[in-house]
Design a protein around this ligand. Structure first.
Ligand SMILES: Cc1ncc(COP(=O)(O)O)c(C=O)c1O
Length: 393
């Protein structure tokens, strides 16, 4: 086993969360200490905080090609998805009570849709193909004039598949439906532009791209009918009341600036590391199954299944490698990932899955070591299984 197992672990779980970038932490620091004012306060400290929030709003808007007044700061991806879906539903006329979505959305979106379903809304879930893409033709067939909202994620958190949101957005628009996309895994990793996509609402999660946890944003295209989920002090244009998380918002702004500078380089460097990882593993493990598509996917994500073993068991033996079985939100639950099942992957293969997600600090040397560790972990687990009677798998 490599030295690195006894030193610092190799972090390959960036879709769960990223570390805070040093530049981001530097930008936040004053707002955690001396510049602690409330942006609503009408005195110098308050005005300083207000200016910082305004600058960050501008920075986030620039990252996605929006106007600053179209950015609503939230606590992260979950809240943004709920605000988008339930907020639009609350402002919709009784005539249109149908939402079109997919079976591979994050539980935050699935949960918001399930809530609406319990309130009498009709929810249509589009099929996904074997390689994890939502079918735009099926979307065209499913979306009608009775649809209030279409919600399709931009990048899938487990497989990294980038969905044809632009195509689906134009279908939605042609029926007068609004279109929301959960961009939590996409923004900061790939170039995202709200006008090119044609979306009305886009969710952003700071901790997926080197900002702190507990801050995010919802892009709301100007003129989009939407109600707040909470009532209070009127902050964020009344859409998200509550005293702003100033330091977190400043961090989100700084991370957005950094992402703009780095996205093109990160894309090629990280994609090359991912392919190094895949070919290293596939060359040594016959029968390894790749769930991440070869095209139109996030550069950093690799979902794969080890043959004949549980992915969780392999990771438990992979001392020094930090990755995830399915999405982080499902970790610990021993059922196959819904996303893989929706793609038509058999439960046995799906139980062998792990999700590896790379980030800026990963190196070629780390990937070489990770391949070594994962291959020997797989060998140990497979050996264990052949030495005892078969169980559930
Ligand atoms: C696609 C997607 N949407 C939403 C979320 C939830 O984001 P947050 O943890 O910021 O609430 C996640 C987090 O894993 C995600 O991957």
């Amino acid at each position: 086993m490599s030295d690195s197992a006894s030193t610092s672990p190799i972090y390959l779980d960036h879709n769960a969360t990223t570390p805070i970038a040093p530049e981001v932490l530097d930008a936040m620091q004053p707002y955690l200490t001396e510049s602690f004012g409330n942006p609503s306060s009408d005195h110098p400290l308050g005005r300083e905080a207000r200016r910082a929030v305004d600058v960050a709003r501008d920075q986030v808007a620039t990252l996605i090609g929006a106007s600053p007044d179209e950015i609503v700061f939230t606590s992260g991806g979950t809240e943004s998805n709920h605000l988008a879906i339930r907020g639009v539903a609350a402002s919709t006329s009784a005539r249109c009570r149908r939402v079109v979505t997919t079976p591979v959305e994050h539980p935050a979106t699935a949960g918001a849709c399930a809530l609406l379903e319990a309130q009498g809304w009709s929810i249509t879930r589009l099929p996904v193909s074997r390689d994890g893409f939502v079918d735009a033709i099926a979307a065209a067939e499913a979306i009608g004039d009775d649809v209030a909202l279409v919600t399709v994620m931009l990048a899938q958190n487990e497989t990294g598949a980038i969905m044809p949101v632009g195509e689906i957005a134009s279908i939605a628009r042609s029926h007068g439906a609004l279109i929301h996309s959960d961009g939590a895994q996409a923004v900061g990793k790939i170039d995202v532009n709200v006008d090119r996509l044609g979306v009305d609402l886009l969710s952003i999660a700071g901790h997926k791209f080197y900002a702190p946890k507990g801050v995010g944003a919802l892009y709301v295209r100007s003129g989009t009918p939407i109600d707040p989920l909470l009532l209070g002090g009127g902050q964020e244009g009344g859409l998200r009341p509550g005293t702003e998380n100033v330091a977190g918002i400043v961090g989100l702004g700084a991370a957005s600036v950094l992402a703009r500078l780095r996205v093109a380089t990160d894309l090629t460097v990280i994609d090359a590391l991912r392919e190094q990882l895949w070919s290293g593993l596939a060359g040594k493990i016959p029968g390894l199954v790749r769930h991440t598509p070869s095209k139109s996917c996030l550069p950093n994500t690799l979902s794969l299944s080890f043959p004949g073993v549980l992915g969780r068991d392999v990771l438990a033996r992979a001392d020094g490698v930090l990755a995830s079985t399915g999405s982080a939100c499902h970790s610990g639950v021993d059922t196959p990932a819904e996303t893989l099942l929706a793609m038509g992957v058999s439960p046995e293969i799906a139980l062998g899955a792990i999700r590896i997600s790379l980030g800026r600090a990963n190196t070629r040397a780390q990937i070489e070591t990770a391949v070594e560790i994962l291959v020997s972990a797989f060998d140990i687990v497979r050996q264990d299984r052949t030495n005892r009677p078969p169980s559930g798998l």
